[in-house]
Design a protein. Structure first.
Ligand code: C2E
Ligand code: CA
Ligand code: CA
Ligand code: CA
Length: 275
């Protein structure tokens, strides 16, 4: 039994070594990612549930890795966040999203995710202001999505940056609403323009009256607070119809369109027609 325990431990050590090597490899590659031109943004359209029209796009980061293929944020954001590399990567995303948006016809919104480290970073507001100006994007068309993790840390820098972003005229959305610890209290810390209902709730919305009651409470709460609601992760027609019935205003998800590179969205009208 003792020997078996040692073997298990050895295997465990090996697994840890492997994970640590993997992590270091990602970190090293990530340091070169901008210089090597391996970052890309995919965009996912957001539609208005009444009209079916595309009202915006969310920019989602993709790493085109020469050996590993397309890597999604789940596999590198943690390392990027821990090492601070998310700051230059985020700057790249903001500039890239505005540059691409400026080339497309229509006056849809462009939504960009910001991590807690980005929101705390001292140059964020100047970078956003500069990029808006450089690409001639109306600030009202820009929306930043943050999660409650940004507010959990109660950093004066973060709060100050959010307020300054707001003064520039850009909008701020609370992402992943409902799955965190005490989401309701965060609604009081900052006057968000929008709540994004997490896909966990959307996934379950057909299954039970309870789930429907939760979604409908969120939309009524948002209404009362003067915030709009967007449901994310909509995968079925039944979910889409229910969300509309429950008072949600906008939706995004694979049913409508999977995230895709910007060149696919030169003509947003194509998607509205398909809905
Ligand atoms: P998120 O902001 O909650 O984004 C929604 C995620 O759900 C995206 O995953 C999207 O591709 C995926 N999704 C969209 N529709 C559906 C659907 O119908 N079903 C399912 N199952 N999933 C759907 P993705 O692109 O892998 O991004 C994961 C997370 O990484 C994002 O979650 C966001 O928090 C973060 N992220 C993405 N891009 C950036 C970025 O540029 N900067 C920062 N800081 N974070 C980013
Ligand atoms: Ca988001
Ligand atoms: Ca989300
Ligand atoms: Ca999410």
């Amino acid at each position: 039994a003792k020997r078996k325990g040692r073997d298990t431990l050895a295997l465990y050590d090996q697994a840890i070594d492997r994970a640590e090597r993997e992590r270091r490899e990602i970190e090293m590659d990530l340091r070169e990612v901008i210089a090597r031109g391996q970052l890309n943004l995919h965009y996912q359209p957001v539609i208005d549930l009444d009209s079916g029209a595309v009202v915006g796009y969310e920019a989602l980061l993709r790493w085109y890795h020469p050996r590993r293929g397309i890597i999604r944020p789940a596999d590198f954001l943690e390392v990027a966040e821990e090492t601070g590399l998310i700051v230059p990567i985020g700057e790249w995303s903001i500039r890239q999203a505005f540059a691409e948006t400026a080339k497309w016809a229509g006056d849809f919104r462009i939504a960009i995710n910001l991590s807690p480290t980005q929101v705390r970073s001292p140059h964020l507001v100047a970078i956003v202001a500069q990029a808006i100006h450089a690409h001639g994007i109306a600030p009202e068309r820009v929306e930043f999505e943050i999660t409650e993790h940004v507010l959990m840390q109660e950093s004066p820098l973060s709060m100050g940056n959010l307020q300054k972003l707001r003064q520039l005229g850009v909008r701020i959305a609370l992402d992943d609403f409902g799955i965190g610890y005490s989401s309701l209290s965060y609604l009081r810390r900052f006057p968000f323009d929008r709540i994004k209902i997490d896909k966990d709730f959307v996934e379950g919305v057909e299954d039970s009256a309870d789930n429907q009651a939760i979604v409908s409470s969120i939309t009524r709460l948002a209404d009362a607070l003067g915030m709009a609601t967007t449901a994310e992760g909509v995968e079925t027609r039944a979910q889409l119809d229910l969300l509309r019935k429950l008072g949600c205003q906008e939706a995004q998800g694979y049913l409508i369109c999977e995230p895709a590179p910007g060149e696919h969205f030169a003509t947003p009208a194509a998607i509205s027609a398909a809905m």
